[in-house]
Structure formats: structure tokens, C-alpha cells
Write a protein that binds this ligand. Sequence first.
Ligand code: AHG
Ligand code: MN
Ligand code: MN
Length: 359
Amino acid sequence: MGQTGTTIECIKFADDCKPTAMNPINRKVLTLDEFTIQQLRNFPQATGELSNLLRDIGLAAKRVNVEVNKAGLVDILGDAGSVNVQGEDVKKLDVFANNQFMGVLRHGISCAGIASEELDDIAIFDDEISNQSKYICLFDPLDGSGNIDVNISIGTIFSVYRRIGTKGEPCSREDFLQPGIRQIAAGYIIYGSSTMMVYATRRGANGFTLDPSIGEFTLSHPDIKCPSDGKIYSVNHGNFFQYGDGEKKYIDTCQKKNKRNGGPYTQRYIGSMVADLHRNLIKGGIFMYPGTTEKPRGKLRLLYECNPFAFILEVCGGRATDGKERILDIIPQELHERTPFFAGSTLMMDELEQCMKDH
Ligand code: AHG
Ligand code: MN
Ligand code: MN
């Protein structure tokens, strides 16, 4: 990986979580830290910077989780009285989450800077240690935040790249404007009926459920694979008459008796892409946020919403496009650019593409 147009070749997941005489750690209680450290054992040349980074992200996620869980109890709900760089309402928890992820990475030693949905420009951690770090991160600190005050699942999305600039110098915008295919890792945290962190590298994708009794993310979904077919389609039907003919045709196909896959399919749309995509990743399905006549580029942001999910889905065997091009091949022009987004099980993506081609 590393070049536009190349495929993600998954290195076979090292099944070293099973307890053996040499490695007596019980798979059932393997924590995120234990898991990333075990992965390091397979790569003696690795520096451990990525493990540090994931641990930092896990720590911030736990802090955000605590606040999300008491959102109905404390006065942390409601508008923060400002709008974000895209003119949308910023909830107090968005700001809190942004500060947590930024804080933990600024104080850590593995990240040279971040970009976030909540920040107009990149934040460069210009200090001696950060300038030596290999990685930069992009975040949607709180995704689906419109759902917070009605107790519906929300999430965090992140993406990790190796810097292209010179080590020792501060990071720059070019480090953040790399195509998604160059991601080193991507993941999300879902604050749902349980809290989970899923992250993918080229070695595979693994899910860790937060065990509240020990306060640790614990390996619960090893080596996640997206079923090649599914029966769930997720789209905002309210925008139907603003979609293009190809999308309308596909939605029509989903709603009809479908010989190929025993349709009609089931429509599920939460309005938190983390929750919608997490379900479809596990059960199989397709998620769509097309462009509309009002917003031809749709709503979702390429760098910190679509690219991380495109990477995770591809690692798990699924696909993601903007309706024409593979998401991971798009060369970003701006930090906050938007793109139409279609992602999910390969056979459903094929079906969608056929409809788009016919129109
Ligand atoms: P955010 O809360 O970070 O702004 O993102 C919300 C996104 C995404 O999670 C979801 O799929 C989509 O907005 C829902 O948008 P619509 O209400 O337009 O369908
Ligand atoms: Mn979002
Ligand atoms: Mn957000």
C-alpha cells in the first residue's frame, strides 16, 4: 500500500491471541494495550509509536465515554453558543471531545499534529518531541452529535497517516492532504449500548469492547470481516427526490422483490454514520450519503469521515466509492472537503454501480 490505485493487501492476521503454553494470556481478557504490544512482538523492527498513538486515542475515548454516559445528567448538553467551521451547531460535547483527543495527542509523544472537524485549520504540535513523531491524525471527535440529547449512539472517527515532511520539523498541510490509500490505520469508537473501539491496519481490523468493570477496551471482535452481501440499506429517504437517477433506481431495487438476494431489503438509518456503518460492517449492508440538488457534494467529509471508513471497509473485504471513483484514491484538495459516499458489502456495491452506470 502507499500508492494511489493500489489495493490494500491485508497481511494475514496473526492468530496469536489464543492462549498457548508460550503465550498464556487469555484471549477473552486481552486488552487493547496487550493486543497492540503482542502485535509488536511480530514486528521487532517496529518502534511502537502506533501502539502509543492507539493507547492515547483509547484513553481520550474513555474520558469522552464517561461524559457521553452522563450527558442526560449534567449541564453539558445543548449548544456551546458557537458554530463550527462549516456553519453547523457545535454541541458542548463536540468541544469536550475535540479537546480530549487533541490534549492527549499533544501531550503524548507519537503525533506531530492533528486536523479535526472542529478546527478551522490543522493544529501543529510544534515542540521538540512532537516534531520527531512519525504520525499525524485526523478526527471527527463526535460524529452524530445531533443525536446526543435523544440518547442515540454517537461516535468518534480517526485516521492516521505517516508524515511526508521531514522528521524533526513541524508537520504541514501536505501531511494531512494525502489520499486515503496512504492511511496507516483508521478506526472509530461507538458510544452505544456498549462502547467499542474498532481499528484497522493493513494487518486486519479488530474490535475492542469497553469493559466497565476494569475500565479497559478488551478484544471482543477479532479479525472483523464484512459479509460480501447483506440485506440492509441505509440512506436518508427524506432527500429521495433530490438524488440522481442512478441512486433513485438503486433505492427502488432495494425496495422491490429482489431475486439475487431475497429482497426487499430492510432500511435502517440512524443518522450517526458510525452506528450505521458499524452495524452494516458486522451484518452486511450498504450505506449511502449521495449528493443532492441542494448539496451536490453531499454532507460527509472526505478526510475524517469517509476515508477512515473506506479504509476499514476495504481491510474487512468491503468497498467504498463516491459513486464513480474509489474513495481511497481521491486526492484531497481541502481539509474539510465533502464527498458523496457509498460504502458496504461488495455485492451490494456492485448492484449500486450497475444502477449508476445505467443512468
Ligand atoms: P456530525 O455530527 O459529525 O456533523 O456528522 C453527522 C453525519 C453522519 O454521522 C450522519 O450519517 C449524517 O450526518 C446524517 O445526516 P442527515 O441528517 O442529513 O441524514
Ligand atoms: Mn460526523
Ligand atoms: Mn462531528
